[in-house]
Design a protein around this ligand. Structure first.
Ligand code: AMP
Ligand code: MG
Length: 532
């Protein structure tokens, strides 16, 4: 297969619908093509393949985020333009110079703990980047056709997984968790074969960068130190310019990745989010949540919960995530080794090598120091404990233990804890009801109340603080599923409604109580796998 512009037609794409010459969409495309010298696209041909999109036939808008549009400086009225859906499904009709054409990047990675060799954007196309209000973001279409990195894949994404990615990236953002964003989902009736026949869709994702650990691993595995350095310099210049002053800027970059990844693991653990496929090619160098596939927010708490049906060994189970984040950082460190230690004046190669490895290990060792205290602080906040006291960790861990034993709903347990009073058991009922073993809960609640006696805040102030850290609304699987099923019937109102509810996850929204309830029985039979 060739990747000349002619492939657009050969991939069964739509006839080009004319792009308006003026108006918000045309302005946006012009802004997108104005790429700067320090953009990823300026790195050169070693890093990507330029190619056009393979647009979907008769595309329609399934979901749209006003907030992301605003962030990009895209006038939200653009969504009403008939060319909008065509454009974001990959139909770029405007003459583009080769230097501003969309591209798919190359990366490699470890999948399920095993070196997988070359991967790359098999179904993602970066359109370029836009600058608005001082922020620069890349815009990428996921599902816009085959690329040289598609391997056996069809270059497509299905409606189901595209809606899940759209909803979850926005939900994560509003929870305050670092993530890539999503501007829109475009659907089409074009059939796509997975386990069943589904239909195709494209998500337009937005991020300051889509660089993954796997990008570094790729050039390391090819012994291409020059490309490795070029890539690291790009990330440093764009995102961590202050690191250029460090003795070893590349070691300092690893240090940032360690810090950001540890912080991200705290966020995931604290809301019961399971990513599902923490392969090194799904790890963002900026510590963002990226590549939403078989993710899940836990309903009933199970520390061993595996959200990905394809993960038979449970490598990416909930309780494993921090450790896997650390493992993945090792892979990143390994890939960066050739760049480390340029500031050393050590002639002996072996000695120099040992010194460099020791440095890298020293930086990796900091992971635990970033992760554990931050998670402990977060768990204290979730329990409404303002000041640290001896025994707080044990109290938090004991709660985990009884939640696990009772499969108590993760989100509701913490949310309802805010109703517990420091004076008596009058407010216990709603959280207590989540535990089958009432005695176990009562014993824990007695310890909790004893601890609350040392809290200066009154019940109301503590509850308000807890409600700012314990979300009421998360993207439970069954909520996404309902939106997906309606969307498959061309009713997109539930995607919009759900997205709106998830914009305010910490607020009580009395009109949307049903979205905060326990999952229905059918939810337990929902399975999500790598197939997307
Ligand atoms: P993921 O598990 O979604 O992170 O994907 C792992 C690798 O497979 C990446 O290189 C993807 O681009 C590629 N891939 C996944 N699904 C497809 C598909 N339908 N067509 C082409 N490439 C795909
Ligand atoms: Mg991926």
């Amino acid at each position: 297969m060739s990747f000349s512009p002619g492939t657009t037609e050969s991939q069964g794409g739509a006839a080009a619908s004319p792009m308006p010459a003026s108006g918000p969409l045309a302005d946006f495309e012009r802004a997108l093509t104005a790429q700067r010298d320090d953009a990823f696209a300026a790195l050169g041909a070693r890093f990507y393949t330029r190619l056009p999109g393979a647009p979907l036939p008769a595309p329609y808008v399934v979901g749209f985020s006003n907030a992301v549009a605003a962030q990009l400086g895209l006038d939200p009225s653009a969504v009403a333009d008939p060319a909008f859906a065509a454009f974001f499904s990959g139909n770029f009709t405007r003459e583009r110079s080769p230097s501003t054409m969309s591209h798919a990047t190359v990366y490699s990675g470890h999948q399920f703990g095993v070196w997988a060799g070359q991967l790359g954007d098999g179904r993602a196309l970066t359109l370029g980047e836009v600058e608005h209000d001082g922020a620069r973001n890349e815009v990428q279409l996921k599902g816009a056709g085959r690329t040289p990195y598609s391997r056996m894949g069809d270059g497509r994404a299905v409606l189901r997984s595209s809606i899940r990615e759209f909803l979850c990236s926005e939900a994560m953002h509003h929870l305050g968790i670092p993530t890539t964003r999503a501007l829109t989902v475009i659907g089409s009736d074009q059939p796509v074969r997975r386990e069943d026949i589904e239909t195709a869709a494209v998500v337009a994702r937005v991020s300051p960068s889509f660089v993954r650990f796997g990008h570094f691993e790729h050039f390391y595995s090819h012994d291409d130190v020059d490309a490795l350095r070029t890539l690291a310099d790009h990330v440093i210049a764009r995102f961590y310019p202050q690191l250029r002053e460090a003795d070893d800027p590349y070691l300092a970059l690893l240090d940032e990745a360690v810090r950001n990844t540890a912080a991200l693991m705290v966020e995931w653990q604290a809301v019961g989010f399971c990513h599902g496929v923490m392969n090194t090619d799904n790890m963002s160098i900026l510590g963002l949540t990226i590549d939403y596939g078989p993710f899940g927010f836990m309903d009933g708490f199970d520390a061993n919960h595996i959200c990905n049906h394809s993960d038979s060994q449970g490598r990416y189970a909930y309780r494993m995530q921090p450790q896997i984040g650390y493992w993945n950082l090792f892979c990143l460190a390994q890939a960066l080794v050739p760049l480390f230690g340029a500031h050393y004046d050590i002639a002996d190669e072996k000695k120099r090598g040992e010194r460099v490895v020791a440095d890298a290990q020293g930086v990796l060792e900091r992971f635990k120091g970033h992760f554990a205290p931050a998670l402990e602080a977060r768990m204290r906040a979730k329990l409404g404990l303002e000041h640290e006291r001896e025994g707080d960790d044990a109290l938090a861990n004991k709660l985990f233990e009884i939640m696990h034993a009772n499969r108590a709903d993760f989100t509701l347990t913490y949310r309802h804890l805010a109703r517990v009073s420091k004076h008596d058991a009058s407010g216990d009922a709603s959280v207590r009801d989540l535990f089958l073993e009432r005695a176990a809960f009562d014993a824990w609640a007695a310890d909790y109340r004893a601890r609350l006696a040392h809290e200066p805040r009154d019940d109301a102030a503590r509850a308000a603080a807890m409600n700012r850290v314990n979300p009421k609304y998360v993207l439970r699987n069954h909520l996404a599923q309902t939106a997906i099923e309606r969307a498959a019937q061309k009713d997109f109102s539930e995607v919009e409604r759900l997205a709106k509810v998830l914009e305010r996850p910490y607020d009580d929204q009395p009109e949307h109580e049903a979205y905060a309830g326990l999952p229905p029985d059918w939810a337990s039979s929902l399975e999500v796998s790598c197939s997307s």
